[in-house]
Ligand binder design. Structure first.
Ligand code: ADP
Ligand code: MG
Length: 259
């Protein structure tokens, strides 16, 4: 099996759809027959909950993985979805920035533990809402970064900061890092603002913006409380269909990138 393709799902803003995209793209890829690992790198642990891993059951976590206390195999657990695996997180990860601050290799902790990771086609890293050490670790370890962008006022403002961080990482610890694309989320077609943000994003970022748009859909927000991706919770909902379409577009972009 080839090396896994590692994708950081990042945006320093909270509530823009990072976790939702990591979980549902992950489930979409798994449904297509790929083996997928989600690494929850957010102390809030929403991705862990979202794939059916309750707080109480979390023994070995992404903190243990980064600290070197446990191996990738030891921290990985199956999820409610066939072919989808998880490294869960707990709130102890919130002290990672400080705990690892004196280590010379602190931005390469994730890269080091993923080196030689076997048995996965894709590894999706769900980043916390900050550009701190955890997100930098994800960017250093990743082949590409996928950026969910909520179609809201100010959406594009935070983006330049993120892209600047990506540039810094490319100039240093990970020269082959690419921007996979920008996914517009929580789109409301009846809202002029959503349409305006989409137009701005497409004119500013061009090809980087996925054709597929994720609509605001209540099924998407209900699914995590059942520990299921929306594609299993309500397969025919608009939200499920959008994430299936995103999965297809993601895969065809992967193919293009390889050529
Ligand atoms: P982030 O990980 O960037 O903080 P989340 O993926 O957790 O963002 O999304 C924030 C909240 O919005 C969550 O409650 C989630 O269920 C909800 N949400 C995300 N995407 C959608 C959508 N397309 N439609 C409706 N609710 C959504
Ligand atoms: Mg999140």
């Amino acid at each position: 099996m080839a090396d896994p393709n590692i994708i950081a799902v990042a945006n320093q803003k909270g509530g823009v759809g990072k976790t939702t995209t990591a979980v549902n793209l992950g489930a979409g890829l798994a449904a297509q027959g790929h083996r997928v690992l989600i690494i929850d790198l957010d102390p809030q642990g929403n991705a862990s909950t979202g794939v059916g891993n309750p707080v109480k059951g979390r023994k070995s976590t992404s903190y243990d993985l980064l600290s070197g206390r446990n191996s990738l195999t030891e921290t990985t657990v199956p999820t409610s979805t066939d072919g989808l695996f998880l490294v869960p997180s707990t709130s102890d990860l919130s002290s990672a920035d400080m705990d690892f601050s004196s280590r010379a290799d602190r931005i390469k902790l994730l890269k080091a533990v993923l080196q030689g990771a076997e048995g996965y086609d894709y590894i999706l890293v769900d980043c916390p809402p900050a550009l701190g050490l955890l997100t930098v670790n994800a960017l250093v370890a990743a082949d590409s970064v996928l950026v969910p962008l909520q179609t809201e006022f100010y959406a594009l403002e935070g983006l330049s900061q993120l892209l600047m961080t990506v540039r810094e990482v490319r100039q240093g610890a990970n020269q082959s890092l690419r921007v996979n694309g920008v996914v517009l989320t929580m789109y409301d077609g009846r809202n002029n603002l959503s349409q305006q943000v989409e137009a701005d994003a497409r004119s500013t970022l061009g090809e980087l913006v996925y054709d597929t748009i994720i609509p605001r859909n209540v099924r998407i927000s209900e699914a995590p409380s059942h520990g299921l991706p929306v594609t299993l919770y309500d397969p025919n909902s608009a939200g499920s269909r959008a994430y299936q379409a995103l999965t297809k577009e993601f895969l065809s972009r992967q193919k293009e990138m390889r050529n």
